[in-house]
Design a protein around this ligand. Structure first.
Ligand code: PLP
Length: 412
């Protein structure tokens, strides 16, 4: 085999953004459809492309930039820690790691934490911890995992195996054995698949990627009871809903249930790649050195970021602000719905809001982008607003104005 690097012409400097995006796509594995802009910098709720155009970011890097883009608090945390220690093996404790773990455990019903690097990794860790606990307490047969229709838990093999999308991606099979799908908010469907063989049930408190559908209080209560009866680990995947997104530090506090395991990522790092699994003592105590791990997990840089970001999020005034902004946006969106035939539904909790319109979502998102508003899609045709948790009324009004303008007849 020969290599032909000399033949490749990849330098597109000087070309317009559209051509540069197209050329860049040729040297990427084709996993994302790209918008026609190249981003350069961010500040608060705003992003700027290389041509200087400003965009209000209501997508937030898929719900990540909880404190806004390039938050001075986050920048300082990264700078300060980068000057001291960036990485060491996970078999060494560091001050940032101890402080981050203490902060999380002291503000949650969970007793211990495992740090990793992303959401999907947190889910993998949760599944492994639950399976080992079930193996030890109920035996090797108890390895089944219940997940839900419409769920999204990630893209690595374990998390993909419990994600709805697996059903449209047969080419990645065989998926993980021992998974059973139930219907979200339907306890009877859970009862039909739960047994002594069940190790865990995993769910999102609000199904995010699936279309922004919340679980009900009764459902979570019933699920907790079923998990107690069958000795099943209840895993609350709070990767999108946790860390202040709903106006509470954790999503299970918002819905008032107590899981056995919680997965976290996205907002916990405010833009820095980090994830975490939290577990109750009965689960944590079956895990031994060598059972699980990751090279970059619990690195001091990520842990200092987690400590800094979570310290901001847990402030009562921070969480109150999220609630206020949520009420404001939901009220204004519902008013807009009342005067517009284009909006079919507005739903959401905290700063996680879905809007169904009569328009094709791709066209709508392109038009919003053209008008300087970055949004994202969930489900088949739902527009999602997941802005930074720090947005003010000014940014909310701007987003609403842009949406209303684009939804007016003839503007799309
Ligand atoms: C609920 C939930 N779980 C897991 C994941 C996977 O996280 P990551 O993309 O960091 O692997 C996501 C990502 O959107 C998510 O929303």
């Amino acid at each position: 085999m020969t290599t032909n690097t000399a033949m490749k012409e990849t330098d597109m400097t000087g070309h317009n953004m559209h051509d540069r995006v197209k050329a860049a796509e040729d040297i990427h594995i084709n996993t994302y459809k790209h918008f026609d802009i190249i981003l350069e910098r961010g500040e608060g709720a705003y992003l700027y492309d290389v041509e200087g155009k400003e965009y209000l970011d209501f997508m937030c890097g898929y719900g990540v930039t909880s404190l806004g883009h390039c938050s001075p608090i986050l920048q300082k945390a990264i700078r300060d820690q980068a000057e001291k220690l960036i990485i060491c093996a996970a078999s060494y404790m560091t001050e940032p790691r101890i402080k981050a773990a203490e902060l999380l455990v002291n503000n949650c019903c969970q007793d211990a934490v495992f740090f990793c690097n992303s959401g999907t990794e947190a889910v993998e860790g949760a599944l492994k911890f639950a399976r080992k606990w079930a193996y030890k307490t109920k035996g090797p047969e108890a390895n089944e995992i219940i997940y839900f229709e419409n769920a999204f838990h990630g893209r690595s093999m374990g998390s993909a195996s419990i994600t709805q999308k697996r059903h449209t991606q047969p080419y990645y099979g065989p998926y993980l054995e021992g998974t059973k799908m139930a219907k979200f908010n339907d306890l009877e469907s859970v009862k039909a698949v739960m047994s002594d063989k069940t190790a865990a049930v995993i769910f999102e408190p609000i199904q995010g990627e699936g279309g922004l559908f919340p679980g009900t209080k009764e459902f979570f209560e019933g699920l907790r009871e079923l998990c107690n009866t069958y000795q099943v680990a209840m895993i609350s995947d709070e990767i999108q809903t946790g860390m202040g997104r709903l106006g509470t530090v954790f999503a299970h506090s918002y819905f008032d249930y107590e899981p056995d395991i919680v997965t976290l990522a996205k907002g916990i790092g405010g833009g820095f790649p980090v994830g975490a699994v939290m577990a109750k003592k009965h689960i944590a105590q079956v895990i031994e050195p060598g059972d699980h791990g990751t090279t970059y997990g619990a690195n001091p840089l990520a842990c200092h970021v987690v400590h800094t970001v979570v310290s901001e999020i847990i402030k009562p005034e921070f969480l109150n602000h999220v609630k206020e902004m949520s009420d404001y946006l939901l009220t204004r969106l519902n008013e807009m719905k009342d005067r517009s035939n284009a909006i079919k539904d507005v739903r959401g909790h905290g700063l996680m809001i879905g809007i169904d319109t009569v328009y094709d979502i791709k066209k709508l998102m392109d038009a919003l982008l053209e008008n300087g508003l970055i949004t994202s899609q969930v489900g088949k045709n739902t527009l999602r607003f997941i802005p930074p948790l720090t947005i003010g009324k000014k940014e909310a009004d701007e987003a609403l104005e842009k949406l209303e303008y684009v939804l007016k007849e003839g503007n799309l």
